[in-house]
Design a protein around this ligand. Sequence first.
Ligand code: UD1
Ligand code: CA
Length: 454
Amino acid sequence: MSNRYAIVLAAGKGTRMKSKLYKVLHPVLGKPMVQHVVDQLKPLGLEDIITVVGFGAEKVQEQLGDTAQFVVQEEQLGTGHAVQQAEKYLGGKQGTTIVVCGDTPLLTEETIQAALDHHESEQAAVTILTAVADDPTGYGRIVRDDSGQVNKIVEHKDATPAEQAIQEINTGTFCFDNEMLFAALQQVSNDNSQGEYYLPDVIQIAQEQKQKVAAFLTDNFDETIGVNDRVALAKAEVLMKKRVNEHHMRNGVTIIDPANTYIGVDVEIAADVVIEPGTVLKGNTKVEADAIIGPHSEVNDSHIGEGTVVRHSLANESYIGKRVQIGPFAHIRPAADIGNDVKIGNFVEIKKAKVDNNSKVSHLSYIGDAEIGSGVNVGCGTITVNYDGKNKFKTFIEDDAFIGCNANLIAPVRIGKGALIAAGSTIHEDVPGNALSIGRAKQVNKEEYAKKYK
Ligand code: UD1
Ligand code: CA
C-alpha cells in the first residue's frame, strides 16, 4: 500500500442553499455534512486530511478542529483550483490522493476504501468513483468511448443533449496518483460555461498523456448524492435516517415508525430497546437494553439506563439510571443525575440535581441545584427555591425524607434524613433528621361567616 492522502473540498459558497450558513456546515441528522465526510475518512489510515476552506470560513475550522489540516482558497474559482491549494502540503509527495467533496455526506468509508483498492489494483493514474442516477440532472456525466474506456467528464451545463442523456455520473470522489494530479492541474483551463477550473478536466489530460484512467462504479447512487440545495438536503436526511435506523433495527432495536424516528449517527442503542414514534435521539446519547423511548421524546447527549421509560419528555446532557419512569411531559435539563428505580412524573423539571435510587418526584415540581437522597418522596407541586435573583443556592434532601405537597424549599436548606415536611410549608431553615416541620399560617375557621358574603 502506498502513502495515502485526502483532500476535502469545502470552500464553495453554496449559493444554491440560499443560506447564511456555510453549505458544508448544514447538518444531516444533526451532524454537519463536512464532518460526516471527515469522519468517514479518518479510519482509512491516511497520512494527511487536508480540507480546503473558503475565505472567512473559520466556522468550518472550528467544527473540524484538529481532525483535519486546512488550506484557504481565497477565491472560489472551481474544484480544480480548490485542489491546487493543497499543493503546499502535498506537492512532490508520492502516493495516492483521494479527493472528496464536503457536500457528499452519505459516502461511506467502505465505498471510499473499495475505490482506493480498485485504484491501486488497476495501477491507474486516476480512478473516478461513478454511479448511475435515475435523474442525473446537475451532475457531471461520464463519457466513455466505444470500448467502454472513460474518455472525459462533461459538466451538465457544458453537455450536449446526447451527453445529458448519460446516466452514469461523476460522484465527485476521485483517487489520483498524487504527483500526476498536481502536474495535470497546471494544464486545466477555465474555458467552459461557468468560467471555472474543473477538477474533472484532469481526466482528459491524463487520457491525452496516455495515463491509465479507471472508473469504479458503485451500485449505490444514494450514497453519493451531492447536496447543493435544500431539496437535496432533505433527501440526504431521509436517506441517512433510513440507514441509521436500519442499522439499529438489525442490531435488535425495535423502531415502531422508522419514518418518524430521528437517531443521530453517534447514538448507541442496545438490543431490545423500543423506540416509539416521534422520537429524536441526538449527540452522544446511549440507551441501554429494554428501555422504551417515546412516543414523542427527545434525548440529547444523555445516558438512559436499562429498562427506563421516557414518554413524551425531553432530556438534555443528563444521566438517567435503570428502571426509571420519566414523564409524560418531564423536562430533564443539563447535569441531572438520576439513580435507579426513580420516578420523575408529569410536569416535573429537574436541573443540575441528583436524585438517588427509589426516590419519587411524581407531579408538578421544579428541582434545581439540589441533591435528593434515596427513598425520598417529593410531593406534588414542591419547588426548590434556588435563585434569589442574583445567586443560585443548593437544596439537600436526605434519604427517606417525605416532602408534603406544595412545599417551597428555600435554598440554601437541608432536610434531614427521614424528616417530614407538612404540605404547604415554606421551609427556609434546616430541618433535623426525623423531625416534622410545619411552616405555614395557622388555619382559622370563622363560623357562619361565609353567609355574610352571599
Ligand atoms: C461537482 C462536479 C460534478 C460532480 C458533482 C458531484 C466539478 C466541476 N463538478 O459539481 O462533476 O458530478 O460535483 O456532486 O467538479 N468547491 C470548492 N471550491 C470551489 C468550488 C467548489 O472548494 O471553487 C467545493 C464545494 O464546497 C463542494 C465541492 O467542491 O463541496 C463541489 O462543488 P460544487 O459547486 O458543489 O460542484 P457541483 O456543481 O456539485
Ligand atoms: Ca455539489
